[in-house]
Design a protein around this ligand. Structure first.
Ligand code: SAH
Length: 218
């Protein structure tokens, strides 16, 4: 059981986390404000309460992880989110990343391939606070054709290649952030969709993600 209480101690730890993120190079105030606003300990088992604001990843159900705050902030900053942007997220996981985008004001469409994680999120405690998050059970490689095109796409698992169907679902001028699989670690890639349907690529730092897998898992 989890007690949804956001104490002064939690708030203080969160302020410290924001300072850590600034020191590591996160400069976008929208991103820093969102991290400061969201009680990350709500997304974790109560056993992690005291350490929820350390800058590290933690296990959630089904052998998956909630990404490290620095990684979430880094990807979100590269995405250059704006209010009312329509954003597709691949890998709902704990919903923390989706909440960061929703807090900024984006309309978030998030896909998860693990049935149990998807089912769990049906009773997600921030449903009313963030009505701008829509949950889908499916294979992220396919995207969401029915809701395309998107202003931005963010992949939060290690992608073995740039998923072509996601490129198709990106608006012209839109951005997609992809932790691109290079073996042990992934290189963060940002692509910008061009008017002719092609894209340009920019490469950033190395990170470590769980794999983006094909198909759905019951
Ligand atoms: N954004 C999440 C990070 C979760 S880890 C958070 O903030 O907590 C990555 C998630 O991607 C896992 O839950 C995993 O099940 C999911 N995933 C992996 N491959 C996928 C795919 N093809 N489609 C949708 N989700 C996928």
């Amino acid at each position: 059981m989890r007690n949804y209480e956001d104490t002064y101690q939690h708030k203080g730890l969160r302020k410290n986390l924001v300072e850590v993120l600034k020191q590591k190079g996160i400069t976008d105030n929208k991103v820093l404000d969102a991290v400061n606003a969201i009680p990350r300990h709500y997304f974790l088992d109560s056993a992690f309460d005291k350490i929820a604001y350390e800058d590290r990843a933690f296990p959630i159900d089904e052998g998956q992880t909630i990404s490290q705050p620095y990684t979430v902030a880094y990807q979100t900053q590269l995405l250059q989110p704006k209010r009312t942007d329509k954003v597709l997220e691949i890998g709902t996981g704990s919903v923390y990343q989706a909440c960061v985008l929703a807090e900024i004001g984006c309309r978030v469409y998030t896909i998860e391939r693990q049935k149990k994680l998807f089912e769990k999120n049906k009773s997600f405690f921030f449903k009313q606070k963030y009505p701008n998050i829509k949950f889908f059970y499916g294979d992220g490689f396919e995207g969401l054709t029915a809701y395309a095109p998107f202003d931005k796409i963010i992949i939060t698992a290690a992608a073995p290649f740039i998923p072509p169907r996601l490129v198709d679902q990106l608006k012209s001028g839109g951005l997609m952030i992809i932790p691109l699989d290079e073996g042990e670690s992934q290189r963060m890639l940002r692509i910008t969709k061009q008017d002719n349907g092609g894209y340009t690529e920019e490469y950033f730092d190395y990170f470590s993600f769980v794999p983006m897998l094909h198909g759905k898992n019951n």
